[in-house]
Every structure is written in C-alpha cells, then in structure tokens.
Design a binder for this molecule. Sequence first.
Ligand code: ZN
Length: 405
Amino acid sequence: MKKGWLLMIIVLLLCGCEKDKSVVSYITTDKGLVSINYPVTNINVLDDKISAYVNRTYFEFKNMKSDKTPELNISYTYKEINSEVINVSLKSEIITDKTINKIKTFTYNKSNDKFLTMEDVVDDLGGLDYEIKKELLEKYQDADMDYLSNVSYDYFTIDDENLTLYFNPAEIKSKHDELIYLDIPLDSLKLLIDIDKQADNDTYLSIKKRNVSLDDKVVALTFDDGPSKYTDKILNILKKYNACGTFFLIGNKVEFYSDVLKRMLEEGSEIGNHSYDHKLLTRLSKEDFQEEINKTQEAIKKVTGFTPTLFRPTYGGYTNVLKSYTDLKFVLWDVDSRDWQVKSKDKILNNILPNVKSGSIVLMHDNHKYALDALEDILVNLKEQGYKFVTVSELLELKKLRESE
Ligand code: ZN
C-alpha cells in the first residue's frame, strides 16, 4: 500500500516535470487593438506574478480614455540562464493620446524557490553604481540626476552577451516615453551565477513538395498569431488529411515552440512572418517596423534554418510605404473565418465554406481553440469538393504559372 502511494507520487512528479511551458496569446480588436503575449512556465509562484502583472496592466488599459484607437501591447522575453535560473521580462506599451511604456522582470531560482535581485546576480554592485549612472546620463541626457541617484536596479534581463538594466521612464523623470535601458557586456561583470550560452542550432529543414497540377482546385489555409499550445493539435489534424497550412508566427513565441516550428516544415507546412510583438505596424517608424520583421526572421532561422519570404501585417493594416521597407511579400486573405470573434464551430464553418473558391487564402488563428475545433470539418468538406491544400508560396507559384500559360 505504502509502496503504491510512493509510486503514484513519483509518477505525478514526473508528469509535472513534463508539463510543457507555453505562451498565452490574447489578440483582439474588440475594444481597441490588444496584443498580449506572456509565458506560462508551470512554476506557480512565477506564473502568479506574471498573470498578476498582465491583469493589472490590462485593467489599467481598459480604464483609459482616448480619442484615437487605443492599443495595448504586452510582450515578453524568456531566458533559461542556467538549469536552475529563469529570467522573464514583461514589457507593456499603452498607446492612447499619450504613450506609456513599462517593464517588469522576474529572475527566479527553481532550486531554492527564490526570486533573485541584481545583488544576487552581480558581484560588487555598489562599485558599479557610479559607472552605470554615468553611462545612463550620457545616453539619456534629459534624465534628472536627482532622481537618478535614487534609482534601484529592480529590472534586468540577461542574454548571451549582455546584462540589460531597465528603468521605467517615470522612475527617472525622463521625458522619453520609450523604455530606458542600458546594456552591460557580460565580459565586464563579475557574475555570481553561471550562464549557459546556447549553442547555435543550424538545422536546415526543407519544405516538402506536393504534387499539384495546374488544373487542380487549390486553397491555402493560413493560421495567424501562433504558435501556441493548440498548434501541435492543428498539425495533427492537417497530417491526418495530408493537408498543410501556412503559419504566420509572432516572433516572440518562436523560441518557446521550436519543436512545433520544425514539425511544420517537416510535414510540409510553411512558416511566414507576422511581426515580433504584434503591434499595429502603421504606427511604427521605418526602423521599428524593420526591427519587428528582422527579429522574427532571425528567431525563425535560428530554430529551423528556414528564412520566411512571406509577411502578414498585423490587424491586416499596412501602407505601400510600409511595403517598400521590406523584401518580404505581404500576404492578406480573401476568406476570413472571424474565428476569434464568433467563437463557434458552426459560425466558423459558415464564414469559410460558402466563400472558398480555387486560389482562396483562408484566414484562421492558432492562438485559441476555435479554429482547431472547426478544422476537421473544413478539411473534410473542402476535400469532398475536390480541393487540394497548398501553402501560400505554392499557391502564388501556381497563380504565376497559370498566368504565363
Ligand atoms: Zn495577428
């Protein structure tokens, strides 16, 4: 009896370990433009803090008044610094008549259940204090020295090269509405924790080719705003029907779901770029827009070796000027499932099935379960109508071939 209990506890522990971490992605245009992405680490104390921050920020956003369309972007970084320490940052940008940027970071040690401060991470912080403030003043000349003397080093992230310190603009009375930050090269610091640098992953995955003739009826199913915990299930269904999709991914989630990305390519689906943080692009400068694209390209290439050629603008919003800032091909859609809005399988089917014609590009989303619930019926029905499923690149290639006939 006792042995049985012990076994059960061990089994439960093992299951607990294997529970995958995931990213929650909430994207809507119901009340303003909202793009919230945050990690679920399956460490309860950490997840509680993350969701508390997200909820508080969303609540603050909902209560703000604005003459222009309000926009909320919450993005994150997630880094396993070593096998025990995790660093998470949450950046929020609230755009109303003014713009408010904020950051929160957490550094958590799993082995002793403690949140780490800068003092736990960097040796002799006191000795660095003067250098840090001097550099901050050089970089942000409008920062107020009186306030600067009071700042604390509460917010920081660590990547393979830098320790980055962040300051909320209000904290140092800066007129900048952008986040204030300072990169400190790791080489120049004496660290109290080990940093596991990640080996570059150069896997190259080729896209599976399909047999499609010029006369075939073809349709491209596209999925935006993933990857998420639902994407694997979508791939299962696509595989069952020998179908494929084109997944327009949000760059900040790519590293979390590297296995899912590899699977997409291995099973003949395509990956496209849907920006890094899902901001409204028409509000960005050329540099910020290009950064949104390039960071996503790099993230996808890093985990798959594949470089996307397609781009889907967030909220479908773009201008010809924006298009001229990148070589990627902008891809919209002609059939909209409105899955995120109607939230019902029957309504999704009704939005898609009567409207598909040969050459259609169908818009769905894989950051929630609604499209997933309808997918099997969509595939069965379209197959019965004689459609073949192709990626967007294949569809565009076919259209070109047909025109040249
Ligand atoms: Zn989107």
